[in-house]
Design a protein around this ligand. Sequence first.
Ligand code: ISE
Length: 338
Amino acid sequence: MERVRVGIIGAGNIGAAHARSLAGEVAGAEVTAIVDPDRQRARAVAATAGARVLPTVADLLHDAEVDAVLIASPDECHAEQALAALAVGKPMLVEKPLAPSLADAVAVMAAEAAGGRRLITVGFMRRFDPGFVQLKAQLDSGCVGAALLVRCIHRNARASYGLRSDRTMTNMLIHDMDSCRWLLGEELTSVQVITPRPGPDTPPGQFDPMLVLFRSASGAVIEMEAFANAGYGYEVSCHVVAERGLLDMTDGGYLRRTEHRRQVRDIPEQWLGRFGEAYRLEMQAWVDMLHGRDRPAANTWDGVAATAAACAAVTAIATSEWIDVTLPDCPDLYRCGT
Ligand code: ISE
């Protein structure tokens, strides 16, 4: 099999992890170029992946040895870089969110739809996580009937870039918004946010934890807890109360040890510990797709719908009212729905 030559924009946490995975674990790919404003960090990642460091994003996009692009830069850069990659006609995986602003996400979708070819995959890796995949398979099988209530928990040990409630929605809880659309196979239609009194580590004007309630198109109710500075570690779970039973996706199978009058469970420091396998499977599916195999992944419409939900949740923080999630029209290019 010819190897797809990937250029990576962003050599931070997730860019470095994807580079390692593409270079060492994923079949059918190699990393040929890296760009990052921090040249030292770019050089370190390039050395482990056997890639070259290029000076600018434009150099990477036009490089003859880059067939596909992985955008792992800060969230605010995603849309502009995706538009530039569309302009040169290269397929790309854009890390979530597609954009933190709905207008930017829609602009990317409009540009891709105008070109008439689906080039963008959005990095919602939970769709490949064995725990979430099993949860979806069981829901789809109908064994417990349709979902009525969903409870999601998403906690980080600390907010990596300082705590901002809007970022909690557009960077962190956006995963749960995508997971719920995908699990239920329907859109989120309205949202309400409930905030407790500020804790000692919460900056003035920000909220943490937050309780975020969504209604779905069919009338299911979803409760998401976001706790960005939970301190103790990283944790994600999803519990579904359905018509004829319950489904519980707890911690993705971490070992719980039971000893004399004691139970102990290891908790990961951050998400790469919990979702390492999901990221690897996501990369393999993307590369398989680039080789022409049909592999399910989040597309640009999914990216737009998740950003729309996150932006409505940001608005809802200030009002504590139910806020409608406003979706644009879905272009014909996407199989609309989830
Ligand atoms: C981070 O940006 C991610 O994308 C992780 O997957 C997520 O679980 C974490 O909460 C975010 O902060």
